[in-house]
Write a new protein. Structure first.
Ligand code: ADP
Ligand code: F6P
Length: 485
């Protein structure tokens, strides 16, 4: 059993996620450098955990092989989990990112299924559960995150019947028709149902999950509460499903946008681009779900059609490196870089780009300066759990200027109704939306931005975490909830 060792520290709140908030990188001289991990999960949870007393985070440090020893950072205890090269290939790049990721994002690329990948997923999930169970205080809370760890809730429940277990899925949950394609689908559902509370981004995700449980497992569902057969004394355990749209540390981002040095940096950025009249920005992990190809196609056609003048208008595309050994990501990078090269070759004025392409990370201050320098931000995801970039842009504009073009397929579209909403699959519609955004008068920008800011500033990530944990506290103590499944 993994009950806490009385001589070791335990924690009231233990977060379990595939990645730690920091990645270890080995420098040429052999020293270790820690850098912030990519993605929305870390952006959101890092700011939540900063406000928690003696919390813990269990996750992978981003490199295969011997993990670093547990260490403290930002008042939090970090417990690195070991993943060997084969785990990285089969659990992380394979089942997580070449099976689940495309399937859960509506098969934008074909998911691959391999039994060896499933075995690795099972083994890696077990390792995360084994790392989390002994460091959780008696009666404490474990909060498991995202699609890489869907078996962990049940695995922890089997070890620790005294703890509350929450799970939050940061990405979409697909329709039952698509989910049904997944080999081992019932094991995934049972794994998730080891939690007391399951959180999803959009109402449609919660409904899809409940429909899958009803259809594939035949469990009784009342409203959004699922009766899960138990063992022994408690024949039934109730699991609640709810929607919690994730957010950002809105006040912190807004405060950065008021920092005079960052404002100056935004002015400088525009100057470096040749002081164009308009700057259009895209910020994404280089992922096929983000619709970068569609965005560049629309942009290229607007230049070809003469509807955008590259002397007046510049596009910046920040495309953070991501999952670079997975085939679909390699192919995407090649295509994006070829297209950017073509657009620049045909349209860039001498000495400056039509599309400024940035394939690297920026720190938070530079990212805020970029948002402040942008007249228009394009979020054209084909499918996205939430999309925090959309919310970061809004929080970065206390001046009430700028236009957000937002895909209706991003979770953020449920809340950010005052954005220019688009179907990115319709290139003509996307082109019109871009032109409309570029031409939007200042008063109209202000009106929309005021409404968007109201939404983002009121509903920040601290509220999101508070709502989830409060609900978990209520659900996790229902009668019979401590029985193993
Ligand atoms: P995902 O979780 O799929 O990556 P989100 O839009 O929800 O997508 O979150 C992306 C997060 O990563 C945001 O906080 C964004 O600011 C950050 N980010 C994206 N690109 C970069 C970059 N090049 N440098 C630093 N942070 C980045
Ligand atoms: O929810 C989005 C997400 O997949 C997170 O789980 C993940 O940390 C982030 O995007 C970045 O992806 P990766 O960890 O594979 O680099």
């Amino acid at each position: 059993t993994s009950a806490p060792d009385p001589s070791s520290p335990t924690h009231e709140l233990v977060v379990v996620a595939n990645r730690l908030p920091v990645d270890s990188h080995t420098l040429p001289d052999g020293a270790t450098e820690w850098v912030t991990s990519p993605g929305g999960l870390v952006t959101a949870m890092e700011s939540v955990m900063r406000t928690v007393d003696s919390g813990a985070w269990v996750g992978w440090a981003g490199a295969p092989g011997e993990p670093p020893a547990p260490f403290e950072a930002d008042g939090m205890s970090l417990y690195p989990v070991r993943l060997d090269q084969q785990d990285v290939e089969r659990y992380y790049e394979g089942f997580s990112n070449a099976t689940l990721w495309p399937l859960y994002h509506d098969v934008i690329v074909d998911p691959e299924f391999h039994r060896t990948w499933w075995d690795a997923y099972l083994g890696a999930n077990r390792r995360f559960a084994e790392a989390a169970a002994p460091v959780t205080a008696p009666g404490g809370t474990v909060w498991v995150h995202d699609y890489q760890l869907q078996l962990v809730p049940l695995m922890i429940r089997e070890k620790r019947t005294d703890v509350r277990i929450g799970f939050f899925n940061h990405i979409p949950f697909p329709s039952v028709e698509l989910f049904s394609q997944l080999p081992k689908r019932n094991s995934i559902l049972r794994g998730l149902l080891g939690a007391d509370l399951l959180g999803f981004q959009r109402e449609s995700d919660s409904l899809n999950f409940v429909a899958a449980v009803r259809k594939l497992l035949g469990y009784h569902v009342e409203g959004m509460t699922i009766s899960v057969p138990g063992l022994g004394a408690a024949p039934v355990r109730e699991v609640e499903v709810r929607t919690f749209p994730i957010s950002i540390d809105s006040a912190a981002v807004s405060a950065l946008a008021e920092d005079p040095q960052i404002r100056e940096r935004a002015v400088q950025l525009r100057h470096d681009l040749g002081d164009p009249e308009k700057v259009v920005l895209g910020v994404d992990r280089l992922d096929y779900t983000k619709g970068i190809r569609h965005r560049l196609k629309a942009w290229g056609e607007l230049l070809d059609d003469g509807l955008i003048d590259p002397h007046d208008t510049v596009m910046i595309q920040v495309a953070t490196p991501s999952r670079e050994r997975v085939d679909a990501y390699k192919q995407l990078r090649d295509e994006v870089e070829l297209t950017v090269g073509r657009i620049n070759g045909e349209h860039a004025p001498l000495g400056r780009p039509a599309v400024s392409y940035q394939h690297h990370s920026f720190d938070r201050r530079d990212m805020t300066a970029l948002y402040m320098a942008a007249d228009v931000v394009l979020v054209t995801a084909l499918r996205d759990g939430m999309n925090l970039v959309a919310k970061e842009y809004v929080a970065s504009r206390p001046d009430l200027r700028g236009v957000l073009v937002l895909s209706e397929f991003a979770g953020a579209a449920d809340e950010l109704r005052a954005a220019v909403l688009v179907n990115p699959h319709d290139i003509d519609e996307l082109k019109s939306a871009i032109l409309r955004a570029l031409a939007m008068p200042a008063e109209e920008q202000e009106e929309a931005m005021r409404s968007l800011r109201h939404q983002v500033m009121e509903n920040d990530v601290q509220n999101w975490a508070h709502d989830f944990l409060e609900r978990l506290e209520q659900t996790g103590r229902l009668e019979g909830s401590s029985a193993p499944v």
